[in-house]
Structures are given as C-alpha cells and as structure tokens.
Design a binder for this molecule. Structure first.
Ligand code: FAD
Length: 214
C-alpha cells in the first residue's frame, strides 16, 4: 500500500514528534509513505504527481479532505473550501447564523477552524445561547473556540493524542483514549453499549486481511 501526502509531513496540524511516530508506525505496518507528493491527475491506471512521476495503482482511495457544496456560495464571501465566512458572532447577517463544517471562522492565527466535531458542537451550543440572549434582549457574545486537543488513530493500538503542547502521548494508551472519548460523546446509553460490543467483537475476531484486485 502506498500513501501519498502533498505536504512535507503526515498529520501536519499535530506536533512534529507525532508526525514522526505516525510515519514510523505506518512504515512498520508495510505502508510506503511519500510526502511532498501532490497528486495532479488520476488516469484509469495511475496517479500523476506534481514532480512529473507516475504511480500505477488499480485501487485508489481519495482522502484529501472535503469541501462544502458550492451552491451555498451566494450567501456570502467564502473561503477556498466553499465555507462561508462568518463574523465574530458566527453570523452572516442579523438573523442568519452559520455553524459547523460550512462556517469559516478564523482561529487566533487567522486560519479557519478545522472541520471537526468539537468545533461544530461548540458553535451549535454558542448559537443556541445567543438565541436565548436575544429573546431576553441581552447583547450577543463573541464566539471563542476552546481547543481541547486533537487525536488520530493509525491502526490497532496505535494512535496519537495531543491535549496540550506539553501533554502528548502515543501508542496503546492514546488508542484507548481515542476509543473512550468517542464512546463518551455518542448520544444515548443504547448507542454506546451496542458500539462498545461491536468494537469488542471486532477486536477479538480481527485478523490481518489483504484485498487483491486485478
Ligand atoms: C469520514 C469522516 C470521519 C470523521 N472523523 C472525525 C473524527 O474522528 N473526529 C472529529 O472531530 N470529526 C470527524 N469528522 C468531521 C465531523 O464529522 C464534522 O466536522 C461534523 O460532523 C460537522 O458537523 P456539522 O453539523 O457541521 O455537519 P454534519 O454533521 O455533516 O451535518 C450536516 C447535516 O446536514 C444535512 N444536510 C446537508 N445538506 C442538506 C440540505 N440541503 N438540506 C437538509 N439537510 C442537509 C446532512 O445530511 C447532515 O446530516 C469526520 C468526518 C468524516 C467525513
């Protein structure tokens, strides 16, 4: 398996040590990782890269991110991911709030907040509070994102977790933390129990698999 990454390192939003761990772990798992490898064209048999090289592959999985649908662009100014630029209250007009993946709200460095669930959840809660404040004729508050950290799974018992710049860990503990937090954030005890049972079952019956497609 070959993994192509356009940037100079894997997981670019993480600490360089986490990127290093990810690269090492994937390589040990048999993945050929190429960084600085931007794909510019997919042909029926291959992928062409920016540096002029070509990689032949029958099965290709595109995981280079998503963009918001372009038909909302008429609502206002958008960024390169078609996300609508919102003001400090998450509004595009007095009566329209935009939250989640489709909203482009800058972080402290001026880059749009990532398209992840914690951003969408915090923005949703913020807007609910603002609507209540407006009902009680109170002034609106500015949205402030509270970054609780980031996590990524790489494989079985392999993950990276970064809570603060000084609190980072990897491997089995990080993987268990990822599982526990995702379980905790699911709504309803029934969902949690069935997904937990699924995970246990999958863990027990898991065997390395290889799919060969001619
Ligand atoms: C494969 C994948 C894995 C991810 N993993 C993680 C992860 O591990 N951790 C993390 O934090 N984030 C993850 N994310 C990102 C996370 O899912 C999103 O950031 C989050 O769901 C955004 O919430 P949202 O409410 O903005 O949009 P969504 O959750 O996408 O909700 C939008 C809803 O609007 C509906 N909709 C769309 N168009 C219309 C329309 N025209 N009319 C009516 N309804 C419409 C959609 O069907 C959808 O239900 C992942 C995303 C993907 C795709």
């Amino acid at each position: 398996m070959t993994l192509l990454e356009a940037g100079p390192r894997l997981l670019p939003t993480f600490h360089p040590q986490s990127s290093k761990y990810t690269l090492k772990t994937l390589t040990k798992m048999g993945v050929h990782v190429h960084v600085d490898a931007a794909v510019i064209e997919a042909t029926p048999q291959s992928l062409r890269l920016k540096d002029g090289s070509e990689i032949f592959a029958g099965t290709r999985i595109w995981a280079a991110g998503v963009v918001a649908p372009p038909h909302w662009k008429f609502l206002g100014e958008t960024d390169r991911g078609n996300r609508i630029k919102v003001n400090s209250h998450l509004q595009i007009s007095d009566s329209i709030w935009v939250v989640g993946d489709v909203a482009s709200f800058p972080d402290n460095d001026g880059r749009p907040l990532p398209m992840v669930a914690p951003v969408a959840i915090q923005q949703g809660k913020h807007v609910a509070r603002q609507i209540q404040r407006r009902e009680s004729s109170k002034p609106l508050e500015v949205f402030k994102y509270r970054d609780k950290g980031q996590m990524a799974t790489i494989g079985r018992r392999k993950a990276v977790v970064e809570m603060r710049s000084w609190l980072r860990f990897q491997g089995s503990l990080a993987w268990l933390t990822w599982l526990a937090l995702h379980l905790a954030y699911l709504s309803g005890g029934r969902n949690r129990t069935s997904i937990f049972a699924d995970w246990i079952w999958n863990y027990l019956v898991w065997t390395p698999r290889r799919t060969i497609i001619d």
